[in-house]
Design a protein around this ligand. Sequence first.
Ligand code: SGN
Ligand code: CA
Length: 523
Amino acid sequence: MQHFNTKLLYPIAGMAVLASCGSSQKAEPTKPLNIVYIMTDDHTRQMMSSYDDRHIQTPNLDRIAEGGVLFNNAFVCNSISGPSRACLLTGKHSHKNGKLDNHTTFDGDQQTVQQLLKGAGYQTAMIGKWHLDSEPTNFDFWEILPGQGDYYNPVFITPQGRTQYDGYVTNIITDMSLDWLENKRKKEDPFCLFIHHKAIHRNWMGDTLDLALFEDKTFELPHNFYDNYEGRIAAAEQEMSIASNHDMDLVNDLKMMREGVETRLSGGYVNNTYGRMNEAQKAAWDKHYQPIIDEFYAANLQGKEWAEWKYQRYMRDYAKTVKSMDDNVGRVLDYLEANDMMENTIIIYTSDQGFYMGEHGWFDKRFMYEESMSTPLVMHLPSHIKKRGDIPQLVQNIDFAPTMLDIAGVEIPADIQGVSLLPLLTDKVDKDNWRKSLYYHYYEFPAEHMVKRHYGVRTERYKLIHFYNDIDVWELYDLKNDISEMHNLYGQTEYEEVTQELKRELKRLQEQYDDPIREEYPL
Ligand code: SGN
Ligand code: CA
């Protein structure tokens, strides 16, 4: 039998360990908590009602927050899928775990959270989007999508080979996860289950059951939808604009497929994402989209009308994809409830990064600006952990691995760069000594969406960014007065002192995390 040296034991006999029980507390038999980690792809706080209820209700994600905590200031280190996943598994920034961008191969032989948990007697399982190129290591069970995977009738890779499943990917990943919980794990051992959804990733294909949803809704246009990027060169030179027909594709992204209409991405849509549907799925799809397609080609929209029509279509399709994800998270919560597992399980919900819902006129992510550097983070806590409500401290995705290790009572190796969030959950935190700044570094350039390389520091109030490589441009934002990051204050004399302070802090972080700034990065 494994020996668990855990701080966060679940009291079998119903005795609260963490609630202050005073000296009368007896040594009750305890066992470690299970961890269910649910991560979606490109799901952003603007589309999650516990953060922002302007656009959509996400009742099941809200159930997680209501039974625990919501982090108001959760961020990633490098706002893109593969790197974000590598940060999660290693607890280290990209330059340390080696996964700088989506194209490099993750070295699965390095130290990972699943390896350490497995070594401590946890069962480990990984289901869904993996996106690290190399095969998963140190999971007792894994079934992953190749690359980005497909929404309909997806292929999965298993240690035994590839299998194709009929149906919609979010339902399938949930079915597999419930099947693992019910039939495949050893019920006596604690576990850490990673459920990694493909949704809400581009090209935002909803479940056929949900296609009619949100069609009558007009989504509020962000105030900076028509941003002119004044004073922000990198923002002006990206390729992630909703209004641009090059960036947001009429067929692939907006589903306006028509005989004779060929666009940059129509081949992939016609032959794969739409093309791979079976006849029944295509019939449901066409029934929904054909009238919209007919109306669209008859309307011949121009200018702002055209840009805003694209925005509405984007928002509607994205929202449908969120809806089925939320329903499926609900199925996992229902299962855990029905099996009396809420009391000994911590449920973490997050995304691999945030996303633009029309802010600055954009979709996609990558920038260190708020919408994409941030990520949703809520945790459902067993009732013996009393903490509820919002947590304002600055946290980052390198903190997930040490948090999981701390939950399991595994010693956190010294080379892990993140910190455990457990003290924030148990209020055993010295708030004055919590970190005051976060480090960020994005590398994938030149590449799709053309977001330039940059690194920077974010404090509670300010953000300083340095875009480098093919340019040498600094940006400074006062988040208290300009949360939308429209006014680059860098170079203004009244901000000179703040700038110098932030540069010192940036240098301190680069030394702390050992990320010396070089001219060239090996990609
Ligand atoms: C695909 C998308 C991009 C997206 C990247 C990375 N294009 O290449 O829009 O930025 O993935 O996303 S698509 O036409 O193939 O959908 S990530 O979340 O996996 O990093
Ligand atoms: Ca992503």
